[in-house]
Write a protein that binds this ligand. Structure first.
Ligand code: NAD
Length: 502
C-alpha cells in the first residue's frame, strides 16, 4: 500500500536555537495509530552526545535568561498563548494524527497548553516570596524564589502537548532553561508547542528538544551532571528508575506516574449521570489517561441496573479514526498498548472475572490499519484480581460491588496508586467524608475521575508520584529554589540567637 508522504516532515533536534540532526544520523518514524500507512513525521534517534550538546546550550542560555525580568519572560508566554490559540485547530489535528484520540479531545489538550501559558504568564508578575521581621534590630529578612538551572523533562504520549506545557511553561517563567525529551509515539505535539514559543520570541537555548528513546536520551538527561532538576511523567516503573538515578545526583525530581482510579456509585446516585460519567471516564482517550476511570465500585442495590445501562451504552460507542466526525473513541496509541489490553483481558478471564462486552481487537476493513480495541467491561471483579489492581492504560473497565460506604472506601483505597477518584451520591455527608477519606491527590464529586483544570494542583499519592504537584502556583515550588536573604543595616555585628538587644 502506498505511504501517504505528502504531509510527512523531517524533524531535527532543537539545540541552542538551531535544528540539528542526531549525531548518529539515525531516525525513527511517527505513524498514525488509526491509519498506520500514514507517516506523520521522521524524528532523530538521539543519544548521549546530543543530550550533552543540548545541556551545554541550556547551561549557556541560563546565564542570560535567569537575568531577564520575570514579567518580560512572561510576555513571551502570553504571546505564545495567543499563537497557540490561532493554531489550535491545526495542532489538534496534528495530535489526533500522531496519537489517535478524537479531535474534540485533542482540541482540549491544546487548550490546556493555552490555559497554562496564560496562567503561568500571570505568575511572571507574582512569583511571591515573603518578607518577615528579623529578630534583630535594623535588620531586614526576606525569602526570594530563584530559578534552579537546567531542567530535564521527560514526557509520555497520552497528553502530548498539555503535559510538556505543564513542565516547560512554569520552568521558563521562573528563569530556568530546559532540555525536553518527548515520548517517541508523539513528538510532533511537543515540537508544535515549542514552535509557538519560538515564534513568540523565546531566545535560543532556553528550550532544547532531544528526541529519542528513554534509555538513549531520557536516562542520559537524568544523569547529566549539569542538569539540576528532573521532571518525568510516565509509568511508575520508569518513575522508580528515574527517581533513583536523580537521587544519586542529589537532584530534585518530580514524578507524575500511574493510576488505578475508582468511581464509587452510591445507591442514591443519579444513575443516568453516573453512567454518562463512567463512559467518559473509562473510554475517553480510549482509557489511556493517567486519571482514567478503571474501576467502578457499585452499591449492590443498584449494581444490576447500572451495569445493564452502562454495557448497553458502551456497545454503542462509535470507534474509529479520531479525525472523522461522530467518532467517540479513537485507536490505542500502538501495537504494544493493544497487546497490553489483550493481555489484561486474558488475565481477567483466567482469574474468573466476567467479560460483559468487548474484550478484543476490532476486526474488519475500517479497523485493519489501526490499533482499535473494543471498549471492554468486566463484571464480577474482586479487589484482589490483577485487573482491579494494575494499571491497564487502555479501554478496559472493571466493575466491583460493595455493601456500604465504608466498604467502598476500603476497596477504593486498597491499591498501590493514589491519583484520582470519584463518588456519585446526593448525600452531602457522604460526599464530604469521601473528600476527606479517599486516599488520592484528586477527588471528584458527581463527576468522573478525569477533567483536571490547570490552575489546581495535579498529582497523587502512593506510587502515583513522589509528592510534587504540577499545575497551579504550586508548580513554582518545583521550578524555583528558596533563597533567604538577611540585610543588616545596623552597621555593627549582630549575632542571631546570641545578641538579645538588652
Ligand atoms: P513510560 O513510563 O513508558 O514513558 C514515559 C517517558 O519516559 C517516555 O518519554 C519514555 O521514553 C521515557 N522513558 C522510558 N524509559 C526510560 C528510562 N529508563 N529512563 C528515562 N526515561 C525513560 O510511559 P508512557 O507509556 O509514555 O505513558 C503512560 C504512563 O504515564 C502511564 O503509566 C500513565 O499513568 C502515566 N501518566 C501519568 C500522568 C500523571 O500526571 N500522573 C499523566 C499522564 C500519563
Amino acid at each position: 500500500m502506498a505511504i501517504a508522504k505528502s504531509t510527512t516532515r523531517n524533524f531535527k533536534n532543537l539545540i541552542g536555537g538551531k535544528w540539528v540532526s542526531a549525531h548518529s544520523r539515525k531516525t525513527f518514524e511517527n505513524r498514525n495509530p488509526a491509519k498506520n500507512r500514514d507517516l506523520v513525521g521522521i524524528f532523530p534517534s538521539s543519544d548521549t552526545r546530543d543530550v550533552s550538546d543540548a545541556v551545554a546550550a541550556a547551561k549557556e542560555a541560563f546565564k542570560t535568561w535567569r537575568l531577564v525580568p520575570a514579567p518580560k519572560r512572561a510576555e513571551i508566554l502570553f504571546r505564545a498563548g495567543g499563537i497557540l490559540t490561532e493554531r489550535k485547530e491545526q495542532y489538534a489535528r496534528d495530535m489526533t494524527r500522531e496519537m489517535g484520540k478524537v479531535l474534540e479531545e485533542t482540541r482540549g489538550d491544546v487548550q490546556e497548553a493555552i490555559d497554562t501559558a496564560f496562567y503561568m504568564a500571570g505568575e511572571g508578575r507574582r512569583m511571591f516570596g515573603n518578607t518577615t521581621p528579623s529578630e534583630l534590630q535594623n535588620k531586614f529578612a526576606m525569602s526570594v524564589r530563584m530559578p534552579v538551572g537546567v531542567c530535564g523533562m521527560i514526557t509520555p504520549w497520552n497528553f502530548p502537548m498539555a503535559i510538556p506545557s505543564w513542565k516547560l511553561l512554569p520552568a521558563i517563567v521562573c528563569g530556568n532553561t530546559c532540555v525536553i525529551k518527548p515520548a517517541q509515539a508523539t513528538p510532533l505535539s511537543t515540537y508544535n508547542l515549542v514552535q509557538a514559543l519560538l515564534d513568540a520570541g523565546l531566545p535560543a537555548g532556553v528550550v532544547n528538544i532531544v528526541s529519542g528513546s528513554g534509555s538513549q536520551v531520557g536516562m542520559p538527561i537524568v544523569e547529566h551532571p549539569d542538569v539540576t532538576a528532573i521532571s518525568l511523567t510516565g509509568s511508575s516503573e520508569v518513575g522508580r528508575a528515574v527517581g533513583m538515578a536523580a537521587a544519586a545526583g542529589f537532584k530534585p525530581c518530580s514524578l507524575e506516574l500511574g493510576g488505578k482510579n475508582a468511581m464509587i456509585v452510591m445507591d442514591d446516585a443519579n444513575l443516568d449521570l453516573a453512567v454518562e460519567g463512567a463512559l467518559w471516564g473509562a473510554f475517553g482517550t480510549t482509557g489511556q489517561r493517567c486519571t482514567a476511570t478503571s474501576r467502578i465500585l457499585i452499591h449492590k442495590k443498584i449494581a444490576r441496573r447500572f451495569t445493564e445501562q452502562l454495557v448497553e451504552r458502551a456497545r454503542k460507542l462509535r470507534i474509529g479514526n479520531g479525525l472523522e466526525k461522530g467518532v467517540q473513541v479513537g485507536p490505542q496509541v500502538s501495537q504494544q498498548q493493544v497487546e497490553t489490553s489483550a493481555m489484561y483481558v486474558k488475565v481477567a478471564i483466567d482469574e474468573g472475572a466476567k467479560l460483559l462486552t468487548g474484550g478484543k481487537r476490532l476486526q474488519g476493513k475500517a479497523y485493519a490499519d489501526g490499533y482499535f480495541f473494543a471498549p471492554t467491561i468486566f463484571g464480577g471483579v474482586k479487589p484482589s484480581m490483577r485487573i482491579a489492581r494494575e494499571e491497564v492504560f487502555g479501554p478496559v473497565l472493571s466493575l466491583l460491588e460493595f455493601d456500604n460506604f465504608e466498604h467502598a472506601l476500603a476497596i477504593a483505597n486498597d491499591v498501590d496508586y493514589g491519583l484520582s477518584a470519584a463518588i456519585y451520591t446526593r448525600d452531602v455527608n457522604q460526599a464530604y467524608r469521601a473528600m476527606r477519606d479517599i486516599d488520592t491527590g484528586i477527588v471528584y464529586i458527581n463527576a468522573p475521575t478525569i477533567g483536571a483544570e490547570v490552575h489546581l494542583p495535579f498529582g497523587g499519592v502512593k506510587q502515583t508520584g513522589n509528592g510534587h504537584r504540577e499545575g497551579g502556583s504550586g508548580a513554582l515550588d518545583f521550578y524555583t529554589t528558596w533563597k533567604s536573604v538577611y540585610v543588616d543595616y545596623s552597621d555593627r555585628l549582630q549575632r542571631a540567637q546570641i545578641d538579645t538587644g538588652e
